[in-house]
Design a protein around this ligand. Sequence first.
Ligand SMILES: NC(=O)c1ccc[n+]([C@@H]2O[C@H](COP(=O)([O-])OP(=O)(O)OC[C@H]3O[C@@H](n4cnc5c(N)ncnc54)[C@H](OP(=O)(O)O)[C@@H]3O)[C@@H](O)[C@H]2O)c1
Length: 327
Amino acid sequence: MKYRELGRTGWKVSEVSFGAWAIGGAWGDVNDKESLAALHAALDGGVNFFDTADVYGDGRSERLLAKLRKERKEKFYIATKAGRRLPKQTPEGYSRENLAMWIERSLRNLEMDTIDLLQLHCPPTEVYYRPEVFGVLDDLVKAGKLRHYGVSVEKVEEALKAIEFPGVQTVQIIFNIFRQRPAELFFPEAQRRKVGILARVPLASGMLSGKITRDRKFAKDDHRNFNRHGEAFDRGETFSGVDFETGLHAVEQLRKLIPAQATLAQLALRWILEFPAVTCAIPGAKRPAQVTENIGASDLATLSAGTMKKIRALYNEQIRPLVHSYW
Ligand SMILES: NC(=O)c1ccc[n+]([C@@H]2O[C@H](COP(=O)([O-])OP(=O)(O)OC[C@H]3O[C@@H](n4cnc5c(N)ncnc54)[C@H](OP(=O)(O)O)[C@@H]3O)[C@@H](O)[C@H]2O)c1
């Protein structure tokens, strides 16, 4: 495992880290024993950074990470999120009282006194035009409740606006072979300001693992069933906003580019790591074998210029019209 500096935090985090949404909920059935085994496999493979949120399984994901901390001696960082407990997303909902309340709840779930990294959880765009919200976060850092804070965004424009606030240390954004726009304007600006970038949905909800078949049935409580068209939250969060058939078709062509002894999931993650602005990819996983495979991307050789060019061409021809102007 290789490590990269996370913005100005002074932390060195694993370039392949762990996304803990699926072990909380909204991805079909999960069992805590297997989820915990996946978390242990991540630590065994050198992962030292875990991304979660207060709403993943209503705290289940945070509580699993608390359990992991008790079972292991290694130091690792936990990034959680706040904002999605609001019954309806409004900028007013991001008040001092609400933020303090959500953070206290996360501290209890995580069994910690200070949150390593707190991210606003895809708030409405208007929140980025309310400096007072970031002032509250600064106060929570001063009060010792947060070590650092950042944002998780839907759109490139929100990312660009967010990093104007000097306290924002990290931006979490969808970035993968099916979502390439962040690299254009946002990455150079984030690098200039030394802001860490967490690349989320790196496998396009598993599509880029190459293991999803046309006849795969997703459970009722799996967002790949119930959010295909954005019925529950932003449609870009499910398969990265690419429709199922187009995604599967593109995956077939990507298979030809898999390096020897590697897998498609590893190619997809390696592609992300080719961008030095990215601090880490945070693939989700429910099972130890998935974790071990994903971590393997860090040991893969750099992709050739030819492979990078072919992936860009595939994106431009088949995927770009579906996503590029939306986020
Ligand atoms: N708004 C936000 O802030 C937000 C939104 C989305 C995600 N996130 C964060 O980003 C993380 C990653 O995104 P994501 O979990 O949505 O998507 P992802 O990482 O692209 O896909 C994860 C899913 O892909 C499948 N998978 C993973 N590794 C695999 C492998 N090696 N082989 C085959 N299948 C594999 C698993 O599902 P199956 O085995 O069930 O197919 C897994 O749950 C999340 O866990 C969360 O921490 C944040």
